[in-house]
Design a protein around this ligand. Structure first.
Ligand code: AMP
Ligand code: GLY
Length: 421
């Protein structure tokens, strides 16, 4: 079986690692991949949002199954493109079509979906340049802090949480009148602030059946104590200690079930991963956001805890047999620590040699490549170290231990993960 994985991060390396362990011995192709995925399959130097190039690669390498890692190809319609292709239309794609990808691609679409299906989330209103005056007036009627969200994809930078009214008004004006985030902020969602602790929920659905993966918690801020700029994610742990059985049951009843029912009612035929960003406020769960893919770095703690054959799990999804599948989850806890280039998430240098990667540890590559036979950095998030233990603190100790000998110029990682748990 030939499997094409779209993407190039730690998430995609983790998928390759799990797929490569399958007794079905699939041949893996990764577009574009990184130095880690190159050890498990064939990297293809193509942009996963170049749909023609993806289709050509599928034909050339006789691909049987496509797994989409990041959101951009989904929002660009890669699934629709393949489904409508004259010779590739029968090949399954794990990842939703363009319409359903709007759950991540448009905050307003996601909020309307939640409202329509009575899924708990913060109250909201949406505004455009034409209704800026109403948006400014609306800000005066709600309490601080103000949550302003650019409607479209803004590389994780489109959400502003502002404490002062005057500053919030200025930001709204910048977003709508001056297109601060380009086309992404032609529409802005203003929503109520939810005060609580966040966790991530992952569901794999085939359009009728589904499995719920282990929960995880990620650390988004660059600085220790959850301070400084937002990043793609600096680490993650699974399971989540405050996700007790009674709380998890509420997540199933109030959020997962109505979300999957909502897909059916809206005829979205959602096949793929649903990543529900949740917040626990008191004893109740609320949805912060939907993503239509796995999280990164959450994948690096979630997939290693799943003991099922990953090829079989994805085949069951493609063949709409997920109802027959029971997940086997390891009782071990997992933690992952992300090592980044100095300066990230702002400007950073690339091409720094990476040394000291242990052979006997789970090190997933993200921004890595090879140059003259040397392993070098090629991105902000460079690699992630996953460890296991009887609880997340033991798992963190193991993940940190495996980073000890790894080095590259400017290497930085947070040393306080789990501090809040
Ligand atoms: P999002 O891109 O929607 O996940 O938002 C990015 C981050 O902003 C989230 O992970 C939360 O930490 C925070 N955030 C978003 N919406 C809210 C909200 N309504 N209340 C509090 N924090 C929020
Ligand atoms: N770690 C958050 C994300 O993948 O969006």
């Amino acid at each position: 079986m030939n499997i094409l994985i779209l993407g190039s991060g730690g998430r995609e390396h983790t998928f390759c690692y799990k797929l490569a362990k399958s007794p079905k011995k699939p041949k893996l192709f990764i577009a574009p991949g990184n130095a880690g995925t190159a050890q498990l399959g064939t990297n293809l130097p193509i942009d996963p949002t170049n749909l023609e190039a993806v289709a050509q690669a599928m034909t050339q390498h006789q691909i049987d199954l496509v797994v989409v890692g990041p959101e951009a190809p989904l929002v660009a319609g890669v699934h629709d493109f393949i489904a409508a292709h004259p010779t590739l239309g029968h090949i399954p794609v794990i990842g939703p079509k363009q319409e359903a990808a709007q759950l991540e691609g448009s905050k307003a679409y996601a909020k309307a979906f939640m409202e329509r299906h009575h899924i708990p989330t913060a109250p909201y209103k949406q505004f455009t340049a034409d209704t800026l005056a109403e948006g400014l007036a609306y800000l005066e009627t709600i309490p601080a802090p103000y949550v302003l969200k650019a409607d479209g994809l803004a590389a994780g930078k489109g959400v502003l949480i502002i404490h002062e009214l005057a500053e919030a008004k200025e930001a709204l004006t910048d977003m709508l009148a001056h297109k601060k985030f380009g086309a992404a902020s032609e529409q802005v969602v203003i929503e109520g602030f939810l005060d609580g602790i966040e966790l991530s929920c992952f569901v794999l659905t085939d359009g009728s059946g589904h499995v719920t993966f282990p929960f995880a918690k990620d650390y988004k801020r660059i600085g220790e104590g959850d301070t400084g700029l937002n990043t793609g994610g600096m680490g993650a742990v699974s399971p989540v200690p405050f996700n007790d059985p009674a709380f998890e049951q509420k997540i199933h009843d109030r959020i997962i079930t109505p979300t999957l029912e909502g897909f059916k009612k809206d005829k979205l035929d959602f096949v793929g991963f649903v990543f529900i960003g949740l917040i626990r406020v008191g004893d109740d769960p609320f949805v912060i956001e939907y993503n239509v893919r796995m999280g990164d770095p959450e994948t690096q703690v979630v997939l290693p805890r799943i003991e099922n054959d990953m090829v079989e799990l994805l085949s069951a999804t493609a063949e709409k047999r997920l109802n027959e599948v029971t997940l086997q989850i390891s009782s071990k806890a997992a933690a992952t620590v992300v090592a980044v280039s100095g300066g990230y998430p702002e400007a950073y240098e690339k091409g720094k040699e990476i040394t000291g990667i242990p052979n006997d540890a789970l090190i997933f590559h993200a921004g890595t490549t090879t140059n003259d036979g040397k392993l070098v950095t090629s991105g902000g998030r460079v690699l992630t170290s996953t460890g296991f233990g009887t609880d997340i603190h033991e798992a963190l100790t193991s993940a940190y231990g495996n980073l000890t000998n790894i080095s590259f110029e400017g290497m930085y990682f947070r040393k306080d993960l789990g501090f809040d748990l």
